[in-house]
Design a protein around this ligand. Structure first.
Ligand code: DP6
Length: 323
């Protein structure tokens, strides 16, 4: 029996990944840049034991079934293949944030799973090789192996560290807004965008420039430039999906109300910038000194249920317990 326990933090892309160059291998069509979040994390334990009859997957205290289970098994199979084993596993995972809130849990979830599984299988992989395993399950997860700022190139197999939290310490206020009817998952939504939206090719063409702007802004510690690139990346991504057939619209009235509040904050001199993923919530990028004031303003916006503030998170970490 060999057990490993890993912790990975969630990440929010400032230059977005949306669309696949290769669906089979899950390679992204555009480059992305993210910031790892301190406040949102997943802890996952993987145990391989010949005595188990079959794989068992426990997500936040409940046995997983269907698609959630099969995505985990696919990752375990990739690790078993590399380790040359066929031992069944027990996986148990918990998030320190409500999964049902619609905050991306797949990034931290698959990063923690890949790291725990690789170590439980006895593989001596570096962080980037673990990132490649996580990417096959979910491309955004590839970035969560790294703390600070991370990038994943177009067609990239593995994410890479770009800069540490200390290089450019920023904060984020996450406004959880009223959810609408059940959202389409990001994997399905990006496929639909690629196959039906007339704006998809424009997105793929424009995204690399915004990525370059975001990389340079992080290097130069330029929040205004980073925020401008992040807002344009988010809106271009959403524009591409709104053009799909049927259209994909994640925004709720509260989403746009938060966007308006962020613009108003800027008019009054606060450096704050919005970004939205495959859901109605708004993540607001700002300085550590301003984040509590920003959060208080967002708490007053109609339709905002809760605001979580966070700084930049660390590398994913793992402990092996062999018994
Ligand atoms: C909007 O990583 O969830 O959050 O690779 O199909 O699992 P799959 O997609 P996923 O997509 C994340 C999309 C995004 C933007 C981003 O994180 O870059």
């Amino acid at each position: 029996m060999r057990i490993a326990r890993a912790v990975a933090h969630s990440n929010i892309a400032l230059a977005k990944y949306w669309g696949k160059a290769d669906t089979e291998r899950n390679l992204p069509a555009v480059p992305s840049l993210s910031m790892t979040l301190d406040a949102l994390k997943t802890e996952t334990t993987v145990c391989f034991d010949e005595g188990f009859l079959q794989d068992e997957v426990n997500l936040d205290g409940a046995l997983a079934a269907g698609k959630a289970r099969s995505r985990v098994i696919t990752l375990l199979d990739a690790v078993r293949l590399r380790a040359g084993i066929s031992t069944p596993a027990r996986v148990s995972t918990s998030n320190n944030f409500p999964t049902a809130a619609g905050l991306a849990s797949s990034a931290s979830g698959f990063a923690a799973l890949a790291l725990a599984a690789v170590h439980a299988a006895g593989l001596e992989f570096g962080r980037e090789d673990v990132s490649a395993i996580a990417r096959q399950a979910s491309a955004s997860a590839a970035r969560s192996l790294f703390g600070g700022y991370a990038t994943l190139a177009a067609n990239g197999q593995r994410a890479q560290a770009l800069a540490s939290a200390e290089h450019f310490p920023l904060s984020m206020a996450i406004a959880l807004t009223v959810m609408g009817p059940k959202d389409v998952g990001s994997t399905e939504a990006m496929q639909l965008t690629r196959s039906t939206s007339p704006y998809y090719s424009a997105w793929v063409e424009a995204a690399p420039r915004l990525f370059d702007d975001a990389v340079n802004a992080v290097k130069q510690r330029d929040l205004a430039a980073l925020g401008a690139a992040a807002e344009q990346s988010a809106l271009l991504m959403h524009a591409s999906m709104m053009g799909a057939s049927p259209p994909i619209l994640y925004f709720q009235p509260a989403t746009l109300a938060v966007v308006a509040a962020v613009r108003e904050l800027r008019v009054r001199g606060t450096l704050a910038f919005f970004t939205m993923d495959a859901g109605p919530h708004v993540k607001v990028l700002t300085t550590p000194g301003a984040v509590e004031d920003v959060a208080n303003v967002l708490r007053g916006v109609p339709g905002v249920l809760q605001v979580i503030t966070t700084g930049i998170g660390p590398d994913a970490s793992v402990q092996v317990e062999a018994t």
